[in-house]
Design a protein around this ligand. Structure first.
Ligand code: SF4
Length: 96
């Protein structure tokens, strides 16, 4: 009985590890993609790579998701695609 449980546990652990690995690769591939200027969300939110508003940019926006210190950072509103740290869009909100 113990052998069966241990075998089942190992099978489940192996499947979980494979799932996490594939999921992680997919997320990294997504996160590495920069936003396209013809993306409908980019157009709708009037995103620009260079903010024209003093003190408001993607680097200090509530929706930027990590990537501190990088020129390109993932944005939650663009599905994790990268936006310019100096960029801006009309959804900008100050970090809490
Ligand atoms: S919501 Fe707009 S301003 Fe904020 S990080 Fe994303 S693209 Fe930049």
């Amino acid at each position: 009985m113990n052998n069966v449980n241990r075998r089942d546990f190992l099978k489940l652990s192996g499947s979980t590890l494979i799932g996490l690995t594939i999921g992680g690769v997919a997320l990294r591939a997504n996160a590495a993609e920069k936003v396209s200027m013809d993306d409908p969300t980019v157009i709708a939110l009037k995103y620009v790579h260079e903010s024209k508003i003093e003190g408001k940019n993607c680097a200090n926006c509530l929706y930027v998701n990590g990537g501190e210190g990088n020129d390109w950072r993932p944005c939650k509103l663009f599905g994790g695609k990268l936006v310019a740290a100096k960029g801006w869009c009309s959804a900008w909100q100050p970090m809490a």
